[in-house]
Design a binder for this molecule. Structure first.
Ligand code: G3P
Ligand code: MG
Length: 239
């Protein structure tokens, strides 16, 4: 079952105020009052699920090369910004549980690693959220990954993630028993919004960094947005 959906998700951990996909980002989002975070999970060469967006290390760390070819011994010594380390999925999950954050776990497989990544992330998610009152929400651009998650951990809710929502989206939602639809805010379509609303399927849009755009999307019926600008949006601050 889908947990209650906050309107705001800190994108890539903590958005742009902290290094993306880091524990510092998740902590900052929680401190600013966010109740939900989205992060990307990929496998290292050792098969360890870690938080990172790109298939290569250059943009977000001081490393070089492909994530899927880099062993943990090298990955976990890298600087992911301001001295932060690349987090293990397990560390991010523990932090989300500690802070009571809804985690949107985006399975982000390197090309050719869809099956392996989905299997590891789905199985770890089951263990990491065992006994939790609030399950995470698993999503992926890879329908194969979502299908594997459905088969391995049907009890964890799933969202379908698209850039532009394809015409057959509803068939895919039904086939994969997904509970949410995630899409690029630039391409959100009123026809899709109306169909989804009629079926009680929340639409979540990325990446929304301007308040006017967020308010417009909410007015059109979008349920939640992913933002990098966690400083701009007024959510209740917490201690
Ligand atoms: O999950 C929503 C959003 O994060 C998808 O885009 O490229 O930022 O992972 P990306
Ligand atoms: Mg993402």
């Amino acid at each position: 079952m889908l947990p209650p959906l906050p309107r705001w998700f800190a994108h890539r951990g903590g958005g742009s105020l902290a290094p993306e996909n880091t524990l510092a980002g998740i902590r900052l989002a929680a401190r600013l009052g966010y109740r939900a975070v989205e992060f990307d999970v990929m496998l290292s060469a050792d098969g360890t699920p870690i938080l990172i967006h790109d298939e290569t290390l250059e943009r977000t760390t001081n490393g070089v090369g492909h994530v899927c070819e880099t062993p943990d011994s090298i990955l976990f010594a890298l600087d992911a910004g301001h001295g932060e380390r690349i987090p293990r999925f397990a560390e991010a999950a523990a932090l989300c549980r500690e802070y009571g954050l809804l985690a949107n776990v985006e399975i982000k497989p390197a090309a050719g690693y869809e099956h392996q990544t989905a299997e590891v992330v789905a199985c770890q998610a089951r263990t990491l959220w065992q006994g939790a009152l609030m399950m995470p929400l698993i999503s992926s651009f890879s329908l194969t990954a979502v299908e594997i998650a459905r088969d391995l951990v049907p009890e964890i809710p799933r969202g379908l993630l698209f850039d532009r929502v394809p015409p057959n989206w509803l068939l895919e939602v039904e086939r994969l028993q997904a509970v949410t639809l995630h899409c690029n805010a630039r391409h959100v379509d009123d026809e899709v919004l109306s169909q989804a609303r009629g079926r009680g399927i929340p639409i979540l849009c990325y990446t929304v960094n301007a308040p006017d755009q967020a308010h417009d999307l909410f007015a059109r019926g979008v349920s939640a947005v992913f933002t990098d600008r966690i400083d701009l949006f007024a959510v209740e601050p917490s201690a």
